[in-house]
Ligand binder design. Sequence first.
Ligand code: ATP
Ligand code: MG
Length: 366
Amino acid sequence: MPPRTPLPPYRRLPLLVTADGDLLDELLRLAAAGGTEVELAADPAAARARWTPAPLVLVGADQAQACLRARLPRRPRTVLVGRSGQLDPGTQVAELIGAEHVATLPAAEPWLVDRFAECAVELPGGPARVVAVLGGRGGAGASVLAGGLAVTAARARLRTLLVDADPLGGGLDLVLGWEQLEGLRWPGLTGTDGRMDPPSLVRALPSRGDLVVLSWDRGALRHLPAEAMAATVDAARRGRDVVVLDLPRHLDDAAVVALQAADRALVVVPAELRATAAAARVVAVAALHCADLAVVVRGPAPGRLRAGEVARALGLPLAGTLRPEPGLCRGLERGEAPAATGKGPLAVLCQRLLDGLADVPTAGAA
Ligand SMILES: Nc1ncnc2c1ncn2[C@@H]1O[C@H](COP(=O)(O)OP(=O)(O)OP(=O)(O)O)[C@@H](O)[C@H]1O
Ligand SMILES: [Mg+2]
């Protein structure tokens, strides 16, 4: 089923035309500092299709003559760039290829960061939807639902970030079977200065297709500063389509920040009396930080408690129900990501929950 959330249209990115590896590394660093991704072309032939639509073109000194010979059309916002000594001051080549500026590194670094920043695009469809999931009691199925939502969103080609906000959860990468995947986990990320931009965040984390995961690892327990969570969610809101937060039931400062950033929070409650009583406590605290709370009731219901009764007891709307899915448990133990086949009760529920999210006003849009 196609997602109701509109997919972001094709994004136009600055184009770098160079085959000089050192120059390319420097320009990529400056682009990351400006908060934008870029497109790369090693020569004019590779650049031609993207030459005119690109919002900014940087021609490396190594490709200037080749661009001239290739007779690429003149276009605004073209810059000839090279390290000092690489660009011959007497040359006419900049003018001939239609470059408005010649940027000599390292002196022009701040100027180039500003040009890249001008191209840093907000998400065309608006900021990401942020959904938090928390368990009404231990082992309720919150992390599995969070994983299922993220997998389902990515299957619909939505750029998705799944965030593990539970330091005691054992690592959310395990829920996806991603524990061997390279990339940073929280401890590696919080070693930096706390500033993050969406493209570099995405590049640093384990990813497959449109799904990126920020997980805890299995190392010694570390404190997660609330600022790191705030910076992550803020960067993700600007750079992704969907952010899924897997929260602990005991909210630490970082989890409170995450919950406050959520457009909607889902509380997963097993269909049992005691689970409902435990969930009432969780809901009372969560409601202090998020105005849009809803319940997902997970079967089986050994005492035949109905999902509607659970929701009524908690005073919250019922977002959905989950039938028992024994195959899912077996798959999880084998490292298969939840909802990865797109079939079964969890996948169907996740799709419905994501569809419903498209109508929720986002805090980031305000
Ligand atoms: N939809 C489901 N169908 C069948 N079994 C499930 C489902 N969701 C979760 N489980 C089972 O319950 C276990 C606990 O799930 P999960 O880790 O998602 O709970 P949690 O609420 O995140 O727990 P914690 O309190 O540890 O954070 C899973 O390992 C799995 O065996
Ligand atoms: Mg969990």
